[in-house]
Design a protein around this ligand. Structure first.
Ligand SMILES: Nc1nc2c(ncn2[C@@H]2O[C@H](COP(=O)(O)OP(=O)(O)OP(=O)(O)O)[C@@H](O)[C@H]2O)c(=O)[nH]1
Ligand SMILES: [Mg+2]
Ligand SMILES: [Zn+2]
Length: 304
């Protein structure tokens, strides 16, 4: 029977079979040997073949992935981990306060997703905590991101805005990401009937949250709709990306960068006749996006 991996704890996998039932599986012996060579032979979202007996189930085959999203370990450089496979979109939840998500972090995350060719949605959450001035700032961000085709909404997970999100995730597999405490689990508890993901107060001391969710887990909303809750991300490292490559993943730069005098060799920093810098000066490319771009190219804060 075919199934989809909902949760992985290392040696056990929770798989939802086509029959809609959940099975606790191990990897079949042969796969276990292959697996020893790879970091993530089986990830949340993987499509697998499973063999289920009375009280024993095992994964006998892992189907090839349409895509995956990697998370770079910031402690050990070069180490990355498959956060999830076969996702249709990523949904980044950001907040202006409690905790504050920096624009640099938002842009680094979007660039990563773009490099995996996965469409992105941005939710700016906790609208109910925002002053009128904050709401205007959030709406300005919404304009910036919508202009680069990232669907963006300013919402509160505490009220009816959840209906908006329901429409955004319908018939897709969506990976939900964001800093600890932004409200990922709160939102999923409202989206998925019958789940009770633990939610905790954002620590008043640090305003940073304490990582309530500790590993990725996928939940079905209906037969074709899945959402993946993930642990809060502190930083988001860029996975092996060359300097020249970065502007490819800024949609507003991608089309124009060949118009620079130095073409694909232009890093849009101080080079003469740079089309990208002209667009920034003329206000067609948001300054905040360009600033994020520069810090990524300089590699000076790619882990904040
Ligand atoms: N005022 C307000 N509080 C919210 C909103 N959404 C979530 N919260 C609160 O924010 C806190 C953290 O929410 P969680 O859902 O646990 O955050 P998380 O993103 O899952 O955090 P991790 O699991 O640590 O990554 C809780 O106290 C929620 O009640 C919102 O829209 N408005
Ligand atoms: Mg959580
Ligand atoms: Zn240039």
């Amino acid at each position: 029977m075919e199934g989809r991996v909902m949760k992985s704890t290392g040696s056990w996998y929770e798989v939802m079979g086509q029959d809609g039932k959940k099975y606790n599986c191990r990897l079949q012996g042969k796969l276990r040997l292959d697996a020893a060579k790879e970091t993530n032979p089986v990830a949340v979202g993987d499509r697998v073949e499973l063999l289920a007996d009375k009280d024993d189930a095992s994964i006998t085959e892992v189907k090839s992935r349409d895509n995956h999203i990697l998370r770079q370990s910031v402690k050990k450089t070069g180490h990355s981990q498959v956060l999830a496979a076969n996702v249709d979109q990523v949904l980044l939840i950001a907040t202006l306060k409690q905790p504050r998500t920096s624009l640099g972090f938002i842009d680094r995350f979007l660039v990563s997703a773009e490099s995996f060719r996965i469409p992105q949605v941005l939710l700016i959450n906790k609208k109910d905590l925002m002053s009128p001035q904050d709401i205007r700032a959030a709406e300005d961000l919404q304009k910036i991101y919508q202009s680069i085709d990232v669907k963006t909404e300013v919402i509160s997970a505490m009220n009816d805005d959840v209906k908006l999100v329901q429409a955004l995730v319908k018939d897709k597999t969506t990976l939900v990401a964001g800093h600890s405490g932004v409200g990922k689990s709160t939102l999923l508890n409202k989206l998925v009937p019958g789940i009770h993901q633990t939610v905790s107060e954002v620590s008043d001391f640090t305003n940073k949250g304490t990582h309530t969710t500790t590993f990725a887990e996928m939940f079905p909303i209906d037969k074709k709709t899945f959402v993946i809750d993930t642990p809060g991300i502190k930083e988001w490292g860029l996975v092996e990306m060359g300097q020249q490559e970065i502007s490819d993943y800024f949609p507003e730069m991608r089309e124009l960068r060949m118009d620079c005098k130095f073409g694909s060799r232009c890093l849009h920093l101080t080079e003469p006749a740079c089309r990208i810098r002209r667009e920034v000066e003329e206000g067609h490319i948001a300054l905040s996006r360009y600033d994020s771009y520069v810090s990524m190219v300089m590699g000076d804060d790619n882990r904040k």
